[in-house]
Design a protein. Structure first.
Length: 596
């Protein structure tokens, strides 16, 4: 390439600013527009050929001195009306609503939608602009840019498919099926509508793989999935639970209909031999079923119980179905749990659920570094009820997400009121899939940025390991907001190097079962040293829970634990210890009365 000489310019030799604009827009690959709202005329700058599939028309003379005559118009797209005709019919309402909101609220117009070219192809565009409003509040004109984002939208669609669909069968994957099951359960509880979750297992798929090869086995799964698609109703939801299992959500379906459906599914697969590449494959399925809303009300419980019923069907000889039934004792327990759940719901409405605070101290100085927020319920008679008496019930009955949101709101309230404290809150594994909870945290941090670095979100190790990919996404999202994440009960779930690398948390809390009476247990001391070595490899800070005496505290400090927590340093206190400035006192906790 030759050299370019840059010389000084006189004012007379400077290029027209419109030339700069044109070169900048064309160089970026975008298309700029000016829309005269009153006349509905649109003027364009940029490569309209790629955007609209047509070359720009000759320069059109402007009817207003505010519109430069050198700005060309795209062929056949000379007005706002003609441009709307090019917007994909499914996306036009989205664009028109965004325009209406922009005119009403004077915010930057920002919208993505599909455009149809003159040759029938479709491109995705990102449209950003701003209107000039008249004194009467009516838009006078609007300027903006269009950018083609087809590649990004296609990439997002591929990622969404990977995240939600099974590669082999094209049905929902386990994660997405579990989400749909949560929605179905919530709907069934709210409106008392019966339904069922069934697990369909292909009998002896391992033998088919060995006899015919995995390619034939995969094709068999696809074919069975297609038969299920044809048999099931449009409202039913199907997904692949595992290697040889499908899960199906039968909504608004009474028990007798469910039983008939399972019989027909078995017949649909069994009565017609499946032919694959000239091979006639005899295939049968077994089915396990659990009804809802019933006595189990979380997706995890329903899946587990349906799989238990499936195993019973296989033990009964296969090619049959089994229904999970509750025993009389389970039914009584469920009714008791419903009473407890009603108490918890009333306590949340009346704000009788509140925090007690337990200090977490630095091991080297024994100064308080933060406080863990532990939930307590004040009963109708004023008694204090420990979390252990109602949290397991909340989890069993599918109320965990509601309670975790309540806990988040309480913590945010405290952090906003007290700017010199750090707080830690516990959440369940289910909340790791709850986008509503994440949006609430995002909104809180956006409104009050300083609370992010002062909030620690704790998730139990066993919950984190249940679905490591989902947990990793959750951890990354929380840390992106500036918050810290801790693995609680570290050591209970046998976290590996691979797991810690995937989760990228900030802290680990050593499970209390390894800390109690540590000074008298050589085995626990060895185990803790191994846990600390694992944490140190990834540069993680460590917290030891349930420290109840000076001897255990000394052993942990010498071993290199960063923080200590337990009755030796302070019991949970309903008062705010950072305000009273005194040693916290033990808390008297009463369990729920018997028979409730």
């Amino acid at each position: 390439m030759g050299e370019t000489t840059v010389s000084s310019m006189t004012p007379e030799s400077e290029p027209n600013p419109l030339d700069w604009l044109r070169q900048a827009v064309e160089g970026s690959g975008d298309v700029a527009y000016f829309w005269d709202v009153a006349s509905d005329n649109i003027y364009w700058v940029g490569n309209t050929q790629e955007m609209f599939g047509e070359s720009a028309a000759a320069d059109r003379l402007a009817s207003s001195a505010a519109i430069p005559p050198s700005m060309p118009a795209a062929s056949a797209i000379l007005t706002g009306h003609s441009y709307n005709n090019r917007v994909h019919p499914e996306d036009l309402p989205i664009r028109l609503k965004a325009l209406s909101d922009h005119f009403a609220q004077a915010r930057t117009f920002d919208c993505e939608y599909r455009l149809r070219s003159g040759h029938g192809s479709v491109v995705w565009v990102h449209d950003r602009g701003r209107a000039v409003m008249g004194e009467n509040g009516v838009p006078v004109s609007m300027s903006g840019t269009l950018r083609i984002v087809t590649d990004r939208k296609q990439s997002e669609a591929r990622l969404e498919r990977i995240a939600n669909y099974d590669d082999l069968t094209g049905h929902y994957n386990k994660r997405r099926l579990r989400e749909e099951l949560e929605h179905a359960l919530s709907y069934a509880r709210r409106f008392s509508i019966p339904g069922a979750f069934i697990v369909i297992g292909v009998d002896k798929l391992a033998l088919i793989n060995n006899a015919y090869g995995y390619e034939i086995g995969d094709a068999l799964l696809v074919t069975i999935g297609q038969r299920l698609d044809r048999f099931l109703r449009a409202s039913d939801v199907i997904g692949r639970l595992g290697g040889d299992c499908f899960g199906v959500i039968l909504t608004q379906c009474p028990e007798e209909m469910v039983l008939h459906a399972m019989e027909r599914i078995i017949e649909v697969v069994r009565d017609k031999v499946i032919e694959i590449k000239g091979e006639a494959i005899p295939a049968t399925v077994s089915i396990g079923c659990v009804f809802f809303p019933g006595f189990v009300n979380t997706a995890y419980d329903l899946i587990a119980k349906a799989e238990t019923a499936l195993n019973q069907a296989k033990q009964a000889g296969r090619s049959c179905f089994s229904v999970y039934r509750a025993s009389e004792q389970q039914s009584l327990l469920f009714r008791r749990n419903l009473d407890i759940a009603a108490q918890v719901q009333a306590a949340m409405r009346e704000r009788r659920l509140s925090f007690v605070y337990q200090p977490i101290v630095r091991s080297d100085t024994q100064e308080v570094a933060s406080y863990e927020c532990l939930l307590r319920m004040r009963g109708e008679r004023g008694e204090i009820i420990s979390a252990g008496a109602f949290v397991p019930v909340v989890e069993q009955l599918g109320m965990t997400k509601v309670m975790d949101r309540y806990v988040l709101d309480l913590a945010v309230e405290e952090l906003r009121a007290h700017h010199d404290i750090d707080l830690a809150v516990n959440i369940s594994g289910l909340t790791a899939t709850d986008q509503t909870w994440l949006r609430a945290l995002m909104s809180a941090v956006k409104a009050t940025p300083d609370i992010g670095p002062r909030l620690v979100v704790e998730i139990t190790e066993t919950a984190a390991l249940h679905d490591i990919e989902e947990s990793a996404r959750f951890v990354n999202a929380v840390r992106d907001l500036g918050c810290r994440v801790a693995i609680d009960d570290f050591g209970a779930g046998f976290t590996s190097f691979r797991h810690l690398k995937a989760l990228t948390v900030d802290l680990v809390k050593i499970d209390g079962s390894f800390v109690r009476n540590l000074s008298r247990s050589q085995d626990n001391q060895l185990f803790i040293r191994n846990l600390l070595a694992l944490a140190e490899t990834f540069g993680l800070e460590t917290i030891a829970e349930f420290v109840e005496n000076a001897e255990d505290a000394e052993v942990l400090t010498r071993a290199g634990v960063h923080y200590l927590q337990g009755y030796y340093f302070g019991r949970p206190d309903p008062r705010r210890p950072w305000q009273i400035g005194e040693k916290v006192n033990p808390e008297t906790v009463r369990p729920l009365p018997a028979g409730m």
